[in-house]
Ligand binder design. Structure first.
Ligand code: URA
Length: 244
């Protein structure tokens, strides 16, 4: 598909459109070896070789990153005052990226970042039932009977009832009086897990997402680090939602 060269370059955050016009004037951008004449010229970035100062631009229609989100960062694209997950990406990166779904500011773990709107829409659609697994440290000793309550689904807020969720009790720390659990939900309502535990008389002390659909958090990523998804992971994500 042919796109304006200034759109392609600005998607990559190479420069503003105004700066790109200047690059073009100075002959710094070439397409298939030819100096580009106008910033409004259209080229197909998938079939043409675009260079800026001789450096080839690797164009992909969609990019996918797995971030291990740290505590204290907003999972929105932009914020005037606070740090967002996009601020954690090294520059230059394309300007059309966004986080796929949200984690609370204090939730850590797996967050997908992409510019693939249609896939994001599918993954976040409540109808698609994409499983998300969270590891949580919660206050008190969680009784095994609670597994059934979670499995049935229950009213956890004034007018909110959870769908069936899976609760796995991993360990209990007697000294701290805390239980480590895995909880799997396929919804993603605001503060859902925190509210579910409050409703059963406990409290979430820390929350980390360890998987999102077929994606597992790459434990080699420290908090704040990210990497591109592998082709296999991208295929799994796409297959998963096609079959859902
Ligand atoms: N549930 C929560 O309470 N918070 C999150 O960030 C995600 C799920």
């Amino acid at each position: 598909m042919k796109l304006r060269i200034d759109k392609i370059c600005s998607d990559y955050n190479l420069a503003s459109r105004k700066e790109i016009r200047d690059y073009v004037k100075k002959g710094r951008i070439r397409v298939d070896g030819e100096v580009l004449k106008s910033s409004s010229d259209k080229v197909d970035p998938l079939t043409s070789v675009i260079t800026v100062d001789g450096v080839k631009l690797e164009y992909e229609e969609y990019s996918y990153f797995m971030l291990n989100k740290p505590d204290g960062v907003l999972s929105t694209a932009f914020d005037k005052k606070q740090r967002t997950v996009l601020n954690l990406l090294s520059k230059p990166h394309r300007s059309d990226l966004f986080p796929v779904g949200r984690l609370d500011k204090d939730t850590t773990g797996l967050l997908l970042i992409s510019n693939d709107g249609p896939l994001s829409h599918e993954l976040l659609s409540p109808k698609k039932h994409v499983d998300k697994v969270y590891e949580a440290r919660v206050k008190g000793r969680i009784r095994p009977e609670l597994k059934e309550v979670f499995a049935r689904g229950f009213q956890y807020d004034e007018d909110l009832v959870s769908d069936s969720a899976t609760l796995e009790i991993l360990s209990y720390d007697e000294i701290q009086d805390q239980t480590l659990i895995h909880v799997t939900i396929h919804e993603g309502k605001f503060h859902q897990i925190k509210k579910m535990f409050l409703a059963v008389g406990s409290e979430v002390l820390s929350l980390k997402r360890v998987s999102f659909g077929p994606l597992k958090l790459d434990e080699s990523l420290k908090e704040g680090e990210y990497r591109c998804l592998t082709q296999e992971e991208i295929n799994l994500l796409k297959e998963g939602h096609e079959n859902a």
